[in-house]
Write a protein that binds this ligand. Structure first.
Ligand code: NAD
Length: 296
């Protein structure tokens, strides 16, 4: 049993903390939102009344917060309170620069740290089937692995500080672009009188094959489990896809990488959100493309 602190008990953090409790760890949590604390308490998390109180005696601290600024602010508050040897693991999806700054803050205090964002969504957080992509020293990764294994199915050590966040935003940039590509193909097929099923049968066994088509098909029918069959209820909300695409473009600007399709994908998802669909599954972008044809 390890004594853990879990900061940020929202849609993802709440079930992740609950899975650590189920694995037999002593978990003390904190969130600014009382309802999130209450839900975690029902799952056996001991709820503290501040982040500072939550980290008292913790051997490892896990954060699952909205953005880089929240992570850095929380770290500024708690790092001076942590005992030597405490491991700091941030599972939030944040910008690479903030992730590196978080590692530097921990290192200043001689603490091992890991950026370990996840894919798998709320369903994966509940079922403990998340994939973690981690950045940090091999020693920090080795120490975190048994904890990550209780919250997910797979953990990949991607490299040094920030490498986990880099992997996450590169992967999600592929996903955003490929979902738009697959959706455009279906919209064109509709105009050409080609059925969804016919396009699916060909493309899913041809060079157009990809996850956005075969697992998460954006039109109803060919893949019965995809959100398209449930009125595009998320799943993975378009607002979160937009967040990740924005992070990818911020990183591309800072690193001097040319990502023109990533930039287009960001603009399309921004327009989709502005039209009021941020809470829709990101595969609902197919509807936006149909609208564009009507308007254009
Ligand atoms: P959420 O908004 O449900 O949870 C974040 C929680 O952090 C909130 O409950 C908020 O009150 C809390 N918080 C903010 N500042 C705090 C502070 N100073 N101290 C303590 N708690 C604080 O968001 P979520 O869906 O759980 O996502 C968390 C992170 O995981 C985000 O970075 C998100 O991008 C990432 N993520 C989400 C999903 C998903 O499907 N929801 C999938 C992969 C990654």
């Amino acid at each position: 049993m390890t004594t853990l602190a879990f900061l940020g008990l929202g849609n993802m953090g709440g079930p992740m903390a609950a899975n650590l409790v189920k694995a037999g760890h002593a978990v003390t949590g904190f969130d600014l939102v009382p309802a999130a604390c209450e839900a975690a308490r029902r799952e056996g998390v001991a709820v503290a009344d501040s982040a500072a109180a939550a980290v008292a005696g913790a051997e490892a601290v896990i954060t699952m917060l909205p953005a880089g600024r929240h992570v850095l602010a929380v770290l500024d508050g708690i790092l001076p309170l942590l005992a030597p040897g405490t491991l700091v693991v941030d599972c939030s999806t944040i910008d690479v620069a903030s992730a590196r700054a978080a590692h530097a803050k921990a290192a200043e205090r001689g603490l091992a740290s890991l950026d370990a964002p996840v894919s798998g969504g709320v369903g994966g957080a509940r079922a403990a089937t998340l994939t973690f992509m981690a950045g940090g020293s091999p020693e920090a990764f080795a120490r975190a692995e048994p904890l990550l294994a209780r919250m997910g199915r797979k953990a990949v050590h991607c490299g040094g500080a920030g490498a986990g966040q880099a992997a996450k935003i590169c992967n999600n940039m592929i996903l955003g672009i490929s979902m738009i590509g697959v959706s455009e193909a279906f919209v064109l097929a509709e105009k050409l009188g080609l059925s969804h099923q016919a396009l699916f049968d060909v493309a899913s066994t041809s060079s157009g094959q990809c996850w956005s088509l075969t697992t998460y098909c954006p039109v109803p029918g060919p893949v019965p489990t995809s959100p398209a069959n449930a009125e595009y209820k998320p799943g993975f909300a378009a607002a979160l896809m937009l967040k990740d695409l924005r992070l990818s473009q911020e990183a591309a600007r800072e690193a001097g990488a040319a990502t023109p399709l990533g930039a287009h994908a960001e603009a399309l998802y921004a327009a989709f959100e502005e039209a009021g669909h941020g809470g829709t599954d990101f595969s609902g972008i197919v509807r936006h493309l149909r609208e564009m044809a009507r308007e254009g």
